[in-house]
Design a protein around this ligand. Structure first.
Ligand SMILES: Cc1cc2nc3c(=O)[nH]c(=O)nc-3n(C[C@H](O)[C@H](O)[C@H](O)COP(=O)(O)OP(=O)(O)OC[C@H]3O[C@@H](n4cnc5c(N)ncnc54)[C@H](O)[C@@H]3O)c2cc1C
Length: 303
């Protein structure tokens, strides 16, 4: 831009600098929904003049795009060999900044399952858990995106509603819940009843191991499942799954804090999937452990 605009949020959009210090990002609301053609520099100039009284001498756009408040979700994320993830599975207005995050988590949920089915480690039905787990998450994101969109109005009723919500979000408990919702850190896949960790994202705790200190997430860098034993070492023979599952004996000194829930009882052992979600909680003598290993990581094999 030849002239310097005032940066800030306005007109249902905003003007602000991009990281390179030279480019400026402009988001503007158009008077009519235009979907037929790709937007042009001339459209941008026109919209700037209407909103700001000047086009600030805008030139050389690196990218111009249009989006609307459309909010849609595919009825199914899987049809046979066709799988949908990201914006192909769900689109919604970007105010909450959740689209990319949700799409990446779809991909991370799907990737290891797809690999196991392709290599014959797991049966085809493992792929159905992708839809079962991620579709409700997408639906919830759409729900909150619709609510955020309803708050964009400038009429007195909407402003009063926004003020009321502002008050609520000034309080700890509503803020914690809403933070968990928009960040996706409160996601829990329905893997049955049990310890609050079951189906939730494993926290990135500091662990003490015989090889020295390490963080939980470093164990997930190989995209392999981890059976983390936090009680007495030994007690379970993991060798039938040894090629797939890492068994790590470790200790954690401190409380277990989960987003939104707060402190939870320390588990004796957890089975963490490659996407970081907890598939099983118990101690290593628990008879449910072989079932959980088989359900998620395939039948036992000879070591
Ligand atoms: C203004 C705006 C701000 C946003 N801000 C945020 C934010 O702050 N945080 C956040 O999490 N999300 C945000 N989002 C949402 C985020 O951009 C999307 O959710 C994300 O980019 C979707 O990624 P994707 O890979 O699923 O799809 P896309 O990014 O749409 O990628 C699909 C790709 O496929 C290509 N393609 C299409 N058809 C074909 C074909 N037939 N053959 C080959 N290639 C094809 C397309 O060209 C495109 O490159 C924002 C979106 C908008 C519009």
């Amino acid at each position: 831009m030849e002239e310097q605009p005032e940066f800030g949020v306005r007109h249902g959009g905003g003007i602000g600098p991009v990281g390179d210090g030279r480019t400026i990002r402009v988001v503007l609301a158009e008077e009519h929904v235009e979907l037929a053609d790709d937007p042009t520099l001339q459209d941008l100039r026109q919209a700037l003049i209407e909103a700001e009284g000047t086009d600030y001498g805008v030139h050389d756009p690196t990218w111009i795009s249009r989006f609307t408040d459309m909010t849609r979700q595919a009825a199914s994320y899987r049809q046979g060999r066709v799988l949908l993830a990201g914006d192909a599975a769900h689109v919604h207005p970007p105010q909450g900044g959740q689209g990319l995050n949700t799409g990446l988590q779809d991909a991370v949920n799907l990737g290891w399952k797809l690999a196991q089915v392709v290599t014959g480690t797991s049966p085809d039905c493992l792929l159905d858990t992708y839809h079962a787990e991620r579709h409700p998450v997408g639906a919830r994101v759409q729900h909150i995106a619709l609510a955020q969109n309803a708050l964009r109005g400038t009429d007195p009723r909407t402003e009063a509603l926004r003020d009321t919500l502002d008050d609520l979000l000034g309080m700890d408990e509503p803020r914690r819940r809403y933070g968990g919702l928009v960040s996706g850190l409160d996601i829990r896949y329905d893997l049955g009843e049990g310890h609050p960790l079951l189906g939730r994202r494993m926290p990135d705790l500091d662990l003490a191991t015989s090889d020295g200190p390490l963080r939980v997430f470093t164990l997930l860098h190989d995209a392999r499942p981890v059976l983390l034993n936090l009680s007495e070492p030994g007690g379970f023979d993991v060798s039938p799954w040894a090629k797939r599952v890492q068994l790590v004996d470790a200790g954690h000194d401190g409380v277990w804090n989960l987003p939104v829930l707060g402190e939870v009882v320390a588990p004796p052992a957890v089975l963490v999937r490659p996407d970081g979600h907890v598939a099983w909680v118990g101690d290593l003598t628990d008879s449910g452990l072989p079932d959980a290993l088989t359900a998620w990581f395939g039948s036992p094999t000879d070591a």
